[in-house]
Write a protein that binds this ligand. Structure first.
Ligand SMILES: [Fe+2]
Length: 265
């Protein structure tokens, strides 16, 4: 089974890269499942239902998010609109699972690919240099007890490389992949850990690289130089598509390989 995971889709430039590259990447690599982090797909801040639908139309099958999930207020009503359709689009948009109990949305989706292969996706958020959440390690343990699929993909949306690497080791042999998102800079440490878990500290941003992690660079520079508050807007230049391709054995969920992909215009 081949899983493509697309790193943080940022603004319209990122969405355009998904539209341009996803179909040919899926076709040329015979991809079975596409998961994407979309927390900043709406102008660089949050996700709207319309943009989630656009990404599903482009071929994404599960959307993960992170700390920016509440930036667009519509997402709360969207999560609350979930009905009995266990594989409907609303159900396939995740927020980090280790948020306070009772908040809208869920952090685990279990489904089947078009060819009937079972899989699960879990979204977690780190706690180092980030807002306070429940323990992502213990939350992973609890969720894995509920999961029946062998193929399990974890999006660990976290800031600190140490916390992400620790999660990789913690889950090695228990999940198919631990993939880092949030920092928007692809890391070159893709590898399959000894017990069969594919790992990369950060998949990298699918968005504008003529920027500071997606935001117009002049605006971020002003903030660093003066400390004054100011507008942050999504940049547009040098868009790239950043993803990882994981090949795994669907009978036991073990990863065989993890390969980095970065494509420009
Ligand atoms: Fe984030």
């Amino acid at each position: 089974m081949k899983v493509l995971f697309i790193g943080d889709i940022f603004g319209s430039a990122g969405r355009r890269m998904v539209q341009e590259h996803l179909p040919h990447v899926v076709e040329s690599h015979s991809v079975d499942l596409v998961v994407a982090n979309a927390e900043n797909a709406a102008g660089g801040f949050g996700l709207t239902p319309a943009i989630a639908n656009e990404l599903f139309d482009h071929g994404c099958e599960v959307l993960t998010t992170g700390n920016h999930i509440w930036d667009k207020r519509e997402i709360v009503d969207y999560f609350n609109s979930v009905n009995g359709d266990a594989s409907g689009r609303v159900r396939r948009v995740l927020r980090p699972a280790n948020y306070a109990q009772g908040v809208p949305g869920v952090g685990l989706y279990e489904g089947k690919t078009k060819t009937g292969q079972g899989y699960a996706v879990i979204n977690l958020q780190g706690r180092v240099f980030m807002q306070d959440t429940d323990d992502p390690f213990r939350k992973a343990d609890a969720l894995l007890q509920q999961v029946s699929s062998k193929v399990v993909i974890i999006d660990f949306h976290a800031e600190a490389t140490s916390e992400k690497i620790a999660m990789g080791w913690y889950l090695d042999g228990r999940v198919t992949a631990v993939l880092g998102t949030h920092t928007h800079v692809p890391t070159a440490d893709n590898r399959v850990l000894p017990n069969g878990t594919a790992y990369q500290t950060d998949v990298g941003m699918t968005g504008p690289y003529d920027s500071v992690i997606g935001v117009q660079k002049e605006q971020v520079l002003q903030r660093f130089l003066t400390g004054l508050p100011g507008r942050f807007e999504a940049a547009k230049g040098d868009p790239r598509f950043c993803a990882v391709l994981i090949e795994c054995d669907e009978s036991n969920g073990r990863a065989k390989s993890i390969q980095r992909i970065m494509l420009g215009e």
